[in-house]
Design a protein. Structure first.
Length: 521
């Protein structure tokens, strides 16, 4: 969504940043307050420095790294830090309605204002059998032995973690897992390019789809459902649609998560009560810039409402690889070894360039180990990309925090890291597009959207079906951060010798040359 579309759709209502001293709404004060609230639990001195820091948009990566490093020694403090940040976000972000302005916390406690949403239903007309899980990859559709070899290759090259490889192999060995006729799946941002809708529509799922009220978007969603075997519910204003109509029945579907948040939460809870089944909520929505934080909190509002609606609802998010993560000791040692054994010619060149850049170029990916609970040790990898900005970092961190908080309180939570992917929202940034095109120079693999969608959909099914998955709260973790380690598909960002952003200029230079050469052919 462009800024002009967003402004036209929202006006001054819905989820909004708080007013600043000059009477304008801005993100910086609340963003720094949320991160400082998290650091208060972990490192009060650093929290105080953040509150006095006037250069947030340049210095934010260090604070997000501190959130991970400072939380590693104590599982309880990691969860407490997440709870403090979420509380600060809910108290600081504003809900602006016709009835006035208040915090999200206050608005959530009130009855929704406005005409309740209705729904339209549609049943897919395709093959009634669940489609076999296969993985589109570089022009091929991988299954059977070819898929097993590719999964093993990704693991051997440290593109995915061993736990991810094991999970994907289990999926291939258990095709019955993909009959999702027993699941009711809520998709927030159903039309997302990185989402699982194309697969879920062919796996007999009961889909409850939420996305913007745009006829073209719902025509695309309807076409996917029509070609498959899923059953679809979607919100709409006015009279309910009739089941069994063609995709045009969805032309009036949709609602705005930022404007209709209370009404959507109410609709989903009423629908759940009518169906009497647990829901599986997958939060996929994305907006550029500061809108991503507001959208994340809108989706969090829905998650909190469904948390109260049924004790067995599950929750899922997709983590970005371009963030800060704790990683297992063995992988951290491997990254350190890659740094120590880099070629002599590279060392010589880097010995000149690193000081000239103030240490920003060719930085080591892992600088040491941090002691965690139960005798565990972890490394920390900082894969943040400055071009994505502090609001993107905050939005993804809030999603992580909610996942950790929910799992700590006994909820089934799926939080898998997706590989870097050439989605439109990413490659429209010229620097990132070029960096992706040259990423293999440093051993990083970037995936096409169709490949990522297939992998992440399968990992989510694995988390639902496999009782020993880390998603199940009964499975003990030494530290909450291990939820993200087990099945990470980081594309190689964790295992390379160099901190990713410290070599981005060089991968971008190669990628730019490749893109120019390809365009010239």
């Amino acid at each position: 969504m462009t800024a002009s579309e967003q402004a036209a759709a929202e006006g001054a209502l819905g989820l909004q940043w708080p007013l600043g001293a000059q009477g304008q709404r801005g993100s910086t004060a609340l963003a720094t307050g949320v991160v400082a609230a998290a650091l208060d639990v972990l490192d009060p001195a650093r929290a105080a420095r953040l509150r006095a820091d006037k250069g947030w948009r340049k210095t934010y990566p260090g604070y997000f790294r501190a959130l991970v490093e400072s939380a590693l020694p104590s599982a309880d403090q990691a969860v407490g830090s997440a709870e403090a940040a979420l509380q600060a976000a809910w108290q600081g972000m504003r809900w602006v309605g016709d009835e006035g302005e208040c915090s999200l916390e206050q608005a959530f406690a009130r009855a929704p204002v406005g005409t309740p949403l209705n729904q339209v239903q549609y049943q897919g007309q395709g093959d009634a059998r669940p489609a076999p899980w296969q993985v589109p990859y570089r022009g091929q559709l991988l299954g059977g032995d070819a898929l097993r070899r590719r999964i093993d290759d990704w693991q051997a090259r440290h593109i995915i973690e061993p736990g991810a490889a094991q999970a994907l192999h289990r999926c291939a060995q258990n095709p019955h897992w993909f009959d999702l006729s027993d699941r009711h799946v809520v998709l927030l941002g159903a039309g997302s390019e990185a989402g699982a809708l194309p697969w879920l529509a062919r796996w007999r799922a009961n889909l409850i789809a939420v996305d913007l009220p745009r006829p073209a978007l719902w025509q695309r969603i309807g076409a996917l459902v029509q070609a498959g075997n899923a059953r679809l519910w979607a919100p709409q204003r006015g009279d309910a649609g009739l089941a069994g109509q063609g995709p045009e029945a969805l032309s009036g579907a949709g609602a705005n998560l930022l404007l209709d948040t209370p009404l959507l939460a109410d609709w989903l809870c009423r629908l759940q009560h009518a169906l009497g089944r647990p829901f599986d909520l997958i939060s996929l929505g994305y907006l550029d810039g500061e809108g991503h934080v507001r959208l994340t909190l809108a989706m969090d509002w829905i998650a909190q409402a469904l948390r109260q609606s049924h004790p067995h609802n599950s929750f899922a998010w997709m983590a970005t690889p371009t963030d800060v993560f704790a990683v297992p000791e063995a992988l951290a040692q491997q990254a350190c070894q890659a740094w120590r054994t880099r070629p002599l010619a590279s060392r010589a060149m880097q010995a000149v360039l690193r000081p000239l850049s103030g240490g920003r170029l060719f930085a080591p990916n892992v600088e040491g180990l941090v002691q965690g609970p139960q005798g565990r040790r972890y490394g920390v990898v900082d894969c943040q990309v400055i071009q994505q900005g502090p609001n993107y970092a905050l939005a993804k961190r809030l999603q992580q925090m909610r996942a950790l908080e929910m799992r700590a309180h006994g909820r089934h939570v799926s939080l898998n890291i997706a590989p870097s992917t050439t989605t439109r929202s990413v490659v429209k940034n010229a620097a990132l597009k070029a960096g992706f095109a040259g990423a293999d120079l440093f051993g990083v693999e970037v995936f096409e959207p169709a490949t990522t969608n297939a992998l992440m959909a399968a990992l989510w099914v694995h988390d639902l079906r496999h009782p020993q998955s880390a998603a199940h709260p009964a499975q003990a973790l030494a530290h909450p951060f291990e939820l993200m380690m087990a099945q990470a598909c980081h594309g190689g960002l964790w295992s390379v010798a160099y901190q990713p952003r410290s070599v981005l200029p060089f991968s971008a230079a190669l990628g730019w040359w490749r893109l120019r050469a390809g365009a010239a052919r």
